[in-house]
Design a binder for this molecule. Structure first.
Ligand code: NAD
Length: 350
């Protein structure tokens, strides 16, 4: 039995409490939230779980083996560092930290202390994302050329992070999970329509050495909710609509081929449209899968699907996107070693 303490019972915390309550081989012993009204809600929903206002009552409690942190991003580093230093296993909500430096410090400390540090990138545990990974790995789409995602709605304006830090971790984690290749740079633009400097609409492009490209459109100011992703290969293409109740993933037998017309100096493109296949997906709640993975990895000392390394790569892209937004969309290099040889170097910020 792994004894768990959960810090943060705001919007997302209750989902974590409910799923760890249902997960195997663990017991939710304590929940902390600084707000008394949230602890009152906890008492109504889970009368058997004790609530405390001070997170230290969890972190310094010798009965607690693992700490789940579901507080705003700006608080992740300080809480996680304290918990890891106390020898607790830690599950951090996405994004794992506010900077690459913070994320790396947590990873190093967890290694030193021999504890598990994991990040909740919930979407990796959905049937839809598992299926898309399988289709890409089995080369069902051919060579993949692009991933394009739209995640927009009339969303809650956050006070500590912009719209990319809030919404894009989902899409970037899916991208990094499905695509093996490492990106070399990002370009991002964004705008704020309030009187602070926190962007509420942003566009992020991630560039890869092979010519594969990923693009994300995130907004808190859309009249409609859209959760749509396209993954295009040279054989087939996927449409993933997370708002569809059952047919979330559709595989289009659509493609094109091209040849060169030497005389006219033109590219000739031939299009092909075929059947649409709707694969069957597993429907277990993703958050329960994530909670079970965390517990199993603590017990068996193995690496989870949603590892801290994947969490760090997400933060690396987010940090570079913020830098690019500040410089009006100029390219920011992620990894100098993967920059293609024919790259035009003078537009680059490092
Ligand atoms: N995985 C997902 O799909 C998903 C979805 C939504 C939010 N999240 C993540 O969950 C985290 C929390 O988001 P939220 O929307 O629930 O925020 P929230 O503001 O609604 O809730 C955070 C809660 O933490 C409490 N808190 C903050 N600091 C504390 C401290 N030091 N001690 C005790 N309590 C403290 C606050 O009182 C608040 O109730 C964020 O990292 C967010 O990105 C993840």
């Amino acid at each position: 039995m792994i004894n768990i303490g959960i810090i943060g019972y705001g919007y997302w915390g209750p989902n974590l409490v409910r799923n760890f309550f249902a997960a195997k081989d663990c017991c939710v012993k304590l929940v902390a939230d600084a707000r008394t009204e949230r602890l009152q809600q906890l008492g109504i929903a889970f009368p058997c779980i004790s609530g405390v206002r001070d997170a230290d009552n969890i972190i310094y409690n010798s009965d607690i083996d693992a700490v789940v942190i579901a507080t705003p991003v700006s608080t992740h580093f300080a809480l996680a560092r304290k918990a890891i230093a106390e020898g607790k296993h830690v599950l951090l909500e996405k994004p794992m930290a506010s900077s690459v430096e913070e994320a790396e410090m947590l990873i190093n400390l967890a290694e030193q202390k021999g504890v598990l540090l994991m990040v909740d990138h919930t979407f990796l545990y959905t049937g839809a994302v598992q299926k898309m990974k399988q289709l890409v790995e089995e080369h069902e789409l051919g060579n993949i050329k692009y991933l394009d995602s739209t995640r927009i709605n009339l969303g809650l304006f956050q006070s500590d992070i912009n719209v990319l830090w809030d919404l894009a971790p989902h899409d970037i984690s899916i991208l990094n999970y499905i695509v093996d290749e490492r990106p070399y740079s990002v370009n991002a633009t964004g705008i704020t329509h309030t009187n602070n400097s926190i962007e509420n609409i942003a566009y992020l492009t991630i560039n890869y050495p092979s010519g594969f490209i990923a693009h994300f459109n995130c907004s808190w100011t859309s009249p409609v909710k859209v959760r749509m992703m396209l993954i295009g290969g040279d054989q087939k293409m996927i449409l993933y609509n997370d708002l569809e109740p059952t047919e979330k993933v559709k595989v289009y037998d659509t493609g094109y081929s091209y040849s060169n017309d030497e005389e006219k100096k033109q590219v000739l493109v031939d299009y092909r449209t075929g059947d649409i296949h709707v694969p069957k997906l597993t429907t277990t709640e993703a958050l329960l899968g994530m909670a079970n993975d965390f517990i199993a990895c603590v017990q068996k000392k193995k690496q989870p699907v949603s590892s801290c390394q994947l969490g760090l790569d997400v933060v690396r892209i987010l940090e570079a996107s913020s830098k690019s937004i500040k410089h009006n969309g100029r390219e920011v290099i992620l990894e100098a070693t993967t920059v293609p040889a024919n790259h035009n170097g003078h537009e680059v910020l490092i």
